[in-house]
Design a protein around this ligand. Structure first.
Ligand code: KG4
Ligand code: ZN
Length: 373
């Protein structure tokens, strides 16, 4: 993908909060420079449940948010801020941005309250933005800089733990949802399959690691061929049947009480099933993305969200557009695929530089509409 450069006019300093699921993150963005981006993951807290427990997640965000904010400020080089005349003196911040959803209601409230408090004390603008737009914009981050502008129009593929969506993106804030999952999100399916196979949490990296151990061309051997849920009549996705298909293969191998016996599965069986599952998910996502590109005559794709860290998916999507014209599929750097505040700050920056400084401030636990211009 061809990239532009960050508009010179952007000199805003933005403080951003992200607590939609199981990462507590705060960042400071100064124009195109990321001064800090602290991410505190709750993985160890949720691991024993093989999934995120919402109530535990909200409490942990509440316990950690001040510490993560302090770390983000000090990493950005700011000394301890202090009060004077009821105002917080310290860094000059133009806007405080928070992720208003979609996400877990209790978890969202933590960012909302923290951001409102910070904005009030700092005398800064307060902006609520969409978490999925954050995943979409994350590919503009390169190291500690915002240096790779998205070229529009493009197809956006958002693949995270809670969402799987295909967008037509015409410009910043101008997104049309073409399709979304009707049941499990891609990341959710990875997490559930990992649980079925007795692998760790989060499931995506665990399944990817196991699949790497499968013999080359392993899919097909041992009958591990899984269906491709293409649903040709729409751009929607469905991954819950794929997860069930993995359960059926497991039952064939281990018998009806397969769940109790899952840890007895041979390493070859485990890696073979992981490879077959990963192939099926990657094929499905690439197929729908290619279909959207063809239907709309668009040859640029922007991919974001935790699942976009998956190397097999990256390869399949990159292969969509072979040829000398250069890569047309853009991914967020691995560190920016999963939840982080930097992508949220970027959402705020894009709005502010277009003169949009108002918007809903209420939290939106369910699917919010990302478009804003
Ligand atoms: O975007 P994200 O941090 O959270 C949500 O907004 O939901 O995505 C987390 C999801 C988890 O389901 C995790 O298993 C998945 O992303 N994930 C991966 C990989 N890394 C994280 N899935 C497949 N392959 C990976 N390498
Ligand atoms: Zn996310």
């Amino acid at each position: 993908m061809a990239y532009g450069i960050w508009p010179k006019a952007s000199f805003m300093r933005i403080l951003a909060f992200e607590t939609t699921c199981d990462e507590t993150s705060v960042c400071l963005l100064d124009g195109d420079r990321l001064l800090s981006n602290v991410v505190f993951s709750q993985i160890s807290l949720h691991r024993k449940y093989s999934g995120v427990v919402p109530e535990l997640a909200s409490r942990a965000h509440l316990e950690n948010i001040s510490r993560v904010l302090g770390a983000a400020l000090s990493k950005a080089g700011y000394k301890r801020p202090f009060f004077r005349n009821g105002r917080l003196s310290g860094p000059k911040i133009d806007a405080v941005v928070f992720s208003r959803g979609p996400g877990l209601p209790g978890a969202l409230l933590v960012s909302r309250v923290a951001a409102e408090t910070a904005a009030g004390l700092l005398g800064a603008k307060l902006l609520g933005v969409d978490h999925l737009e954050g995943h979409f914009l994350a590919c503009e981050l390169s190291g500690r800089r915002v240096s790779r502008l998205i070229q529009f129009p493009c197809i956006g593929l958002i693949v995270s733990g809670g969402h799987t969506e295909l967008w037509k993106a015409e410009g910043y804030g101008r997104y049309k949802t073409l399709g979304r999952t009707r049941d499990d999100a891609a990341g959710e399916a990875f997490d559930k399959v990992a649980k079925l196979l007795g692998l760790g949490y989060p499931g995506g990296p665990a399944v990817e690691k196991a699949a790497l151990k499968a013999a080359p061309g392993g899919e097909g051997k041992k009958g591990f061929v899984l269906p491709r849920p293409y649903m040709e009549d729409s751009f929607d996705f469905s991954f819950s049947g794929l997860k069930t298909a993995v359960a059926y293969r497991l039952r064939d191998l281990l018998g009806p009480d397969f769940y109790q016996k899952r840890l007895r599965l041979s390493p070859a069986g485990q890696s073979g099933l992981c490879l077959a599952f990963e192939e099926a998910v990657a094929d499905t996502l690439a197929h729908k993305t290619a279909k959207a590109c063809a239907a709309l005559g668009i040859e640029r794709v922007v991919v974001g969200g935790g699942v976009s860290a998956n190397l097999r998916l990256r390869r399949k999507l990159t292969e969509l557009f072979p040829g000398p014209a250069g890569p047309r599929v853009s991914f967020a750097e691995t560190r920016y695929c999963t939840d982080n505040a930097a992508m949220i700050a970027l959402c705020g920056a894009r709005r502010l530089e277009r003169g949009v400084s108002k918007g809903p401030l209420d939290i939106a636990p369910d699917l919010a509409e990302a478009s804003w211009s």
